[in-house]
Ligand binder design. Sequence first.
Ligand SMILES: Nc1ncnc2c1ncn2[C@@H]1O[C@H](COP(=O)(O)OP(=O)(O)O)[C@@H](O)[C@H]1O
Ligand SMILES: [Mg+2]
Length: 267
Amino acid sequence: MTDAPLIDIHNATIYRGDTRVFENFSVSIGQHEQAAILGPNGSGKTTLLKVINREIYPVRQDDSWVRILGRETWNVWELRSHIGIVSHDLQMHYRNSTTGLNVVLSGYLSSVGIHGLLSRQITSEQREQAASIMRELGIESLAATPLRKMSTGQQRRCLLGRALVHNPDTLILDEPTAGLDLSASFDYLARIRRQIASGKSIVLVTHLLNEIPPDIQRIILLREGRIVADGPKEEILTEENLEKTYDAGVRIAKVDGYYLAYPAKSA
Ligand SMILES: Nc1ncnc2c1ncn2[C@@H]1O[C@H](COP(=O)(O)OP(=O)(O)O)[C@@H](O)[C@H]1O
Ligand SMILES: [Mg+2]
């Protein structure tokens, strides 16, 4: 196994359509780091994930690269065993008739749902593994349930299962609790913490301070495609840094290893 960084982005200029989201952007995240990328809507978080996931490529230029574990080229299968990306973007691409089991199994095919002949490519070993992951995530009873009959929290857990079928070393989670109620959020965050406890690394992408598990050590603050601050959580999550990042008066409270943000009194 290489000791190269998990993610090494150097001098990347990245467009979404006509919008330049990043210009000469660099960031490096080591293997086994527990990190969170925090920033307001539109700051470029999801774009960054799509670059890591090879859905978007930066502009080709000298002295610029995107390396995963030291390599610039990957096939999708190899990449999945290192990095699993859980984004609810993906959720919207599934037919609402897709069953829980098929969402999880679709991870093996890196596809959205499994249809017709494709399902024959799934081995019985893979089915067993999918069933075991579903048990672990408490969604075994949803195997035959279509997505449209599930709560958002249940759908989200099926997508987590989809990423876990490859047993990736690192999970990258894009706004994992968006749209979940308090109890579903807490349940999901507890499952993520269990993944950390079982040895996985997490890169959490969020705009919410209070969903950063205490296990996360490094914080990268992003605003308009630039890093505002990057380093150990205790140093980075200051009122001053958050005000710069969010352009709002912010106060912070720290409770049981969690950080809570609330509005500063206006002058
Ligand atoms: N498909 C797209 N076409 C054009 N611009 C886009 C597209 N997706 C995102 N953007 C723009 O890219 C910027 C970064 O978006 P995004 O990475 O989704 O931010 P975040 O995930 O932090 O909310 C925003 O200005 C957004 O409007
Ligand atoms: Mg986003």
